[in-house]
Design a binder for this molecule. Structure first.
Ligand code: SF4
Length: 411
């Protein structure tokens, strides 16, 4: 039976964080219910097309899904069970899992903002079959959280992490951000050390990227360090200036993270993701391995059998007719599929398998990328391990440049 990953986008937030360029709205409480109605209609619409596929993972992301009242999340999960093939999780709903008689195998994640969730919501998610929580914490330092425009404190996180454990969640991710304005190695060590004391099964640590259209982009100017070195800085509206870490400091933070988490029993399985073995995020691995996924909701992307499509970003249009939300489908050329295979797959620490390349494209990888691979190997950017090709630490340091080498010149 074919497998499919599902992503469900909830585009609402309590307030817009200063670095965020995701499609999310901070002032649309009155649209919650209509939006969930539209999502349920969209699920019904796709029911026939994907009826024969087993749902491998579900991921409710955003935005801030936990901002919705719990009964709306339950309407979403009910609609999922009604329209898609999630057998193990259905059994869980019958109470078998709660009696420890079965273990659901469908990974079912939901993003939660610590400022919008309480024990009764978490309990409702758990009973509805959600079995993995991803907390967007970013930092444990109050000043950094304020600078980012987050609505929660570290105390809020502690409370909801403990609540999540109490209701039964045994698979929890914590999202952290590196290279924040004003962050240094000492404050990062504090964040990582404090998060480590809660023993989450998974930690994501992405570096901040200042995107166009965000408050940070507007507030960024050149500032000076005490020694006079010129650096980009965020000039906050209250007059404070927070300098961004240098590239060198960012790399030091990355290596410190890797070393500390590996010593604590986590395995780095992707450039920015660490997990206790067995708790790697299957949904994201599927994305990096180019498995089929269906995105539901505003601006959600999908890929099925090398055809990509994306839903509209117009909230009113989506609510009015979610069955017409998908913009034009695009069939990926073989060249585009190969490029994606390389630059998504090489993000994984196990890298890509040469046999998988042959199975996908019916030709040897060296016929397409022989020259690039030889060059990168000579520069120490990649290494070979049995059937696999992986980035080295040196390759990860300049991963954007290395991955760009796999773009194939137009003929
Ligand atoms: S909570 Fe997440 S999605 Fe919402 S504004 Fe902040 S970063 Fe963006």
């Amino acid at each position: 039976m074919k497998e499919l990953e599902l992503y469900i986008h909830i585009p609402f937030c309590a307030q817009k964080c200063h670095y965020c360029d995701f499609v999310s709205f901070a002032d649309k409480t009155d649209a919650f219910e209509e939006y969930v109605n539209a999502l349920c209609r969209e699920m019904e619409y796709y029911k026939e097309r994907f009826a024969e596929q087993r749902i491998k993972t579900v991921y409710i992301g955003g935005g801030t899904p936990s901002l919705l009242p719990a009964d709306l999340i339950l309407r979403i999960t009910d609609s999922l069970y009604k329209n898609f093939n999630l057998t193990e999780t259905k059994e869980k709903r019958k109470g078998l899992f709660l009696q420890k008689k079965i273990r659901p195998t469908t990974e079912f994640s939901m993003e939660c903002n610590p400022g919008t969730v309480d024990k009764s919501k978490l309990d409702a998610y758990w009973k509805a079959g959600i079995n993995r929580i991803s907390f967007g914490l970013q930092s444990t330092i109050e000043d950094e959280l304020r600078t980012l425009g987050r609505i929660h404190t570290y105390e809020d996180f502690i409370r909801c992490f403990e609540d999540a454990r109490e209701v039964g969640f045994d698979n929890i991710n914590v999202d952290l951000m590196q290279a924040l304005p004003g962050q240094d190695m000492i404050s990062w060590q504090m964040t990582l050390g404090q998060v480590g004391t809660w023993h989450p099964e998974h930690i994501s640590a992405y570096s901040l990227i200042i995107e166009e259209g965000t408050d940070f982009h507007q507030w960024m100017k050149k500032g000076k360090t005490i020694s006079g070195e010129e650096r980009n800085g965020i000039f906050l509206p209250n007059g404070e200036v927070k300098l961004l870490p240098s590239e060198e400091e960012e790399r030091d933070i990355y290596y410190f993270t890797k070393e500390m988490l590996e010593k604590s029993g986590y395995k780095q399985y992707e450039i920015s993701n660490y997990a206790v073995p067995g708790f790697e995020c299957q949904h994201n691995i599927g994305y990096w391995k180019r498995e089929n996924y269906l995105g539901l909701g505003l601006n959600a992307s999908s890929m099925a059998d090398n055809v990509r499509w994306k839903n509209t970003a117009d909230l009113a249009a989506y609510i009015q007719d979610p069955t017409q939300a998908a913009e034009e489908e695009k069939k990926l050329s073989v060249k585009e599929q190969m490029e994606e295979f390389m630059f998504l797959g090489l993000r994984l620490r196990d890298g890509i398998s040469q046999t998988d390349f042959v199975n996908c494209f019916h030709q040897d990888i060296t016929l397409v990328y022989g020259e690039v691979l030889d060059d990168l190997y000579d520069q120490g950017m990649i290494t070979y391990e049995e059937d696999n090709i992986k980035l080295t630490d040196k390759g990860i340091d300049v991963s954007n440049r290395v991955l760009a080498e796999f773009l194939i010149d137009p003929e």
